[in-house]
Write a protein that binds this ligand. Structure first.
Ligand SMILES: C[S@@+](CC[C@H](N)C(=O)[O-])C[C@H]1O[C@@H](n2cnc3c(N)ncnc32)[C@H](O)[C@@H]1O
Length: 175
């Protein structure tokens, strides 16, 4: 019996039937044996294959979509893109490798709840402190904040465990 099996079994014995969501939570994220906590991941050398992991084409297509949405938005100087469930960061790498026109405005936020996977972001991406991605955006808790000076040139990449609170428009990607 694995530690996750034992933990789920003990919880059911203690409480009776438990929600399936709690079983999945344990199976994926339990510090002792959860799939992602134990290094499970997408990728050719990982456990399952997703579109970003097949090759660079998916990232090229997403980069093209980002440019189209940036154009539609009037090419703002700061263009936040939030990737929810970013895994090891492969899509972010492919998007940047495609050199989208919006790159100087790009604030690319990788959101990944697994610490083991977040650790992989820094291996191939030049991450910056989270504040730097949002410094030139209005504070969502303060109606009076205004950006001071021109925003720094992007792309600026940050890695977070949870979705950020942002004011204004942004793109949210999830694969
Ligand atoms: C199936 S993997 C896909 C990874 C990547 N998007 C890809 O396409 O290769 C789903 C990822 O979403 C993450 N995830 C699931 N729920 C999440 C949440 N609430 N917040 C942040 N990340 C989450 C998981 O930890 C996992 O790394």
């Amino acid at each position: 019996m694995t530690p996750v099996d034992a933990a789920v079994r003990a919880e059911i014995q203690r409480r009776g039937p438990i929600p399936f969501s709690e079983v999945v939570e344990q199976a994926l994220y339990a510090p002792d044996g959860g799939f992602y906590a134990s290094g499970g991941r997408a990728g050719r050398r990982g456990d399952f294959l997703t579109s970003p992991e097949v090759g660079p084409l998916f990232g090229v297509v997403v980069a093209g979509a980002l440019d189209a949405w940036w154009d539609q938005a009037g090419r703002p100087a700061v263009f936040p893109v939030v990737e929810a469930g970013a895994g090891p960061g492969t899509l972010a790498r492919a998007v940047l490798a495609a050199e989208p026109r919006c790159a100087p405005a790009l604030r690319y936020v990788l959101v990944e709840r697994s610490a083991a996977q977040r650790d992989l972001h820094a291996e191939h991406l030049a991450l910056e402190p989270p504040g730097s991605a949002f410094a030139s955006l209005p504070d969502p808790d303060d109606d009076n904040t205004r950006a001071v000076g021109p925003p720094p040139a992007g792309p600026i990449l940050v890695s977070l465990p949870d979705l950020p609170r942002l004011r204004g428009s942004c793109v949210v990607l999830a694969n």
